[in-house]
Design a protein around this ligand. Structure first.
Ligand SMILES: [Zn+2]
Length: 195
């Protein structure tokens, strides 16, 4: 009897991969973000990426980040989370989870809370204190939304999609655990210095 395949994507890896893939539809030259919403039954009900509103030309509107606000992308771009929520194919996403490639900003946090999503799984967060992310965290925590950093695989795992041949390969390292230094050894070494 043949065995099932052992090298496959976990649920979280699968949903985050879809968010990552969606980010590649973005035309933003600086930041490509993707989002994927699942309902309580682990079914995908919404996908989005950052882009301009429907009918607004990406050739006529600016993509810059600095200078006159009207000439930056900020007043015009819809974030991935917003698009995923607005594009959802199911009215009720209460208790759902949103997978995002970047930590949601405060504006998206409002939409996430109001749509009934109860968990955020994010892959990356900009370092340091950024007001939009600090305010987002404040809102999400206050509303009881669980914020979880995507737990990457213990060993290297990557997907390669070849659009020329229409094939995909999942490459994963055989190394199952990353060895960590023994903290007790460091303490004994440090104690000599203190003494
Ligand atoms: Zn946002």
């Amino acid at each position: 009897m043949s065995k099932p395949r052992e090298d496959y994507l976990s649920w979280d890896e699968y949903f985050m991969s879809i968010a990552l893939l969606s980010s590649q539809r973005s035309k933003d030259p600086a930041t490509q973000v993707g989002a994927c919403i699942i309902n309580k039954k682990q079914r995908i009900v919404g996908i989005g990426y950052n882009g301009l509103p429907h009918g607004c030309s990406d050739k006529e509107l600016p993509w810059g980040k600095t200078g006159d606000w009207m000439e930056t992308k900020y007043p015009y771009v819809c974030h991935a989370e917003m698009n995923a929520i607005l594009n959802k194919n199911q009215a009720d996403i209460d208790g759902g989870t949103i997978f995002t490639t970047l930590y949601p900003c405060n504006e998206c946090a409002k939409l996430i809370i109001q749509s009934g999503i109860s968990k955020v799984v994010y892959a990356n967060k900009k370092p340091g204190s950024v007001p939009a992310f600090d305010a987002s965290e404040r809102l999400l925590k206050m509303a009881g939304v669980i914020i979880s950093k995507f737990d990457p695989p213990a060993s290297e795992k990557s997907l390669k999609i070849d659009l020329n041949t229409g094939s995909i390969s999942l490459d994963s390292s055989q190394q199952k655990s990353i060895s960590k230094p023994n903290p007790l050894q460091n303490i004994s070494n440090d104690s000599k210095i203190i003494a």
